[in-house]
Design a protein around this ligand. Structure first.
Ligand code: AMP
Length: 415
């Protein structure tokens, strides 16, 4: 089956076309046929389209909404210039898989999208006002374009964490607030944590039940996950993706009293607080320079920028803090897994995170770590490290495509 995987943000649309099926999943023989990104939907949009094995095509086009953006992608996809093998008309797309950020307690696994599911995703908007409306735009656009004959599947960022026990997911606030409004920790990046734990299982040949690891998704958004028995036991993001680690533009953990203080001292409104927490904090807030870890590392090295160095140090210390907490919660772990743009590409950050943790049985091999080519899979621990250290590039799109096939074929979801 050819699966169109869609990940819609408020003004962006990312897609991939992946050829997969139940037997291809078993053989790990899925094929990525094309991918692309449309940014700045609503004005002069920037479009990047790439068929597998061919150079990317970059163009600007006035695309007023997600429907026009998807329309543009589909027209390119079926055009002779794209030359995507096996894709000649709309009928060659057999199903659409959507990334949906928040599924709350309602969606604990991926599901075929029906009217009822759409209502359910709408009900979660209160919990994810920045993300779910954008995901819904993608769903509506795909429905309109492909019609009801093409099944669509929703894959939720939160569902992998639905196995967390109450002791991990409840906030210590009045219990009635959980009852009344479902205020609790949900966790995000579930598709990424699930994918890398699946790859870890493949690499090590372990059974799912034997898996006890800490996965560190370090990208522009960052989260850690304690996985035991193959299931999420605890994770660093909470009701929203604001909690936990330091990220590109989000600061992670914060005493809630800071917000009231800012309302009084600076007269900040809710929307200003929201912008501060989501867009002006984290690496960019601390450094005053950039949310990009690559640039910060450069500034620190080349220009000895004190605040760049501080931002990196706080980022690293927070990762260590969560790592220590998860090792304590799980009575140790067999491995750490680094993933995400920073985790996959930055040997420096991996080294700094693992530095001084030998008493926990975590010993990185500096040379193997530094020599690992960027964005590739590998093991980077020293021979005598009790806890193994893996680098596994994430592939959320592949998991979305595979879940889509499994839902459409009504096959059990194993990972
Ligand atoms: P993601 O959100 O997973 O795409 O990750 C984006 C983050 O990865 C950005 O902060 C990038 O600066 C960071 N990144 C990518 N390559 C490198 C690298 N070689 N060294 C450090 N950070 C990197």
């Amino acid at each position: 089956m050819n699966i169109l995987v869609l990940n819609c943000g408020s003004s962006s649309l990312k897609f991939q076309i992946i050829h997969t099926d139940l037997d291809l999943i078993d053989k790990d023989a899925d094929v990525q046929k094309a991918k692309g990104l449309i940014e700045r939907i609503g004005s002069q949009s920037l479009v990047t389209l790439q068929a597998d094995g061919r150079p990317p095509l970059k163009v600007a086009a006035p695309l007023r909404d997600h429907k026009s953006a998807l329309d543009y992608v589909v027209r390119w996809m079926v055009s002779p210039e794209a030359q995507i093998p096996g894709i000649r008309s709309l009928a060659d797309i057999h199903a659409v898989g959507h990334r949906v950020v928040h599924g709350a307690e309602k969606f604990t696994r991926s599901v075929i999208i029906s009217d009822e599911v759409i209502d359910g995703i709408e009900d979660c908007i209160d919990l994810a006002p920045l993300h779910n409306p954008a995901n819904l735009k993608g769903i509506y656009a795909a429905r309109e374009l492909f019609g009801v004959g093409v099944p669509q599947v929703a894959v939720f960022d939160t569902s992998f964490h639905s196995t967390m026990p109450e002791t991990s997911y409840l906030y210590a606030i009045p219990y009635q607030l959980y009852r009344r409004h479902k205020i609790r920790r949900y966790g995000f990046h579930g598709t990424s944590h699930r994918y890398v734990s699946y790859r870890y299982r493949q690499i090590t040949g372990k059974d799912r039940e034997q898996i006890k690891i800490v996965t560190l998704h370090l990208g522009n958004g960052c989260s850690a996950c304690a996985i035991t028995g193959g299931e999420s036991f605890d994770t660093s993001m909470g009701l929203s993706p604001l909690e936990g680690l330091v990220m590109g533009t989000r600061g992670g953990d914060l005493d809630p009293a800071v917000l009231e203080f800012l309302v009084h001292k600076e007269g900040m409104s809710m929307s200003e607080l929201d912008a501060m927490l989501n867009k002006q904090s984290g690496l960019i807030g601390l450094s005053g320079l950039t949310n990009d870890m690559r640039d910060l590392l450069e500034e620190e090295r080349e220009h000895h920028d004190r605040r760049a160095a501080l931002a990196i140090a706080i980022f690293v210390q927070r990762v260590k803090k969560y790592l220590g907490a998860y090792l304590a919660e799980m009575n140790g772990a067999d491995a750490l897994v680094f993933t995400g743009g920073i985790g996959e590409n930055s040997s420096t950050i991996r080294e700094r995170v693992c530095d001084g943790l030998d008493w926990l049985g975590i010993k990185l091999d500096p040379k193997t770590n530094a020599d690992l080519p960027r964005g590739t899979e590998g093991v980077v621990h020293a021979a005598d490290s009790r806890v193994h250290i893996h680098v596994i590039p994430t592939n959320e799109e592949l998991l979305i495509a595979r879940d889509t096939v499994r839902c459409v074929k009504d096959a059990p979801r194993r990972w």
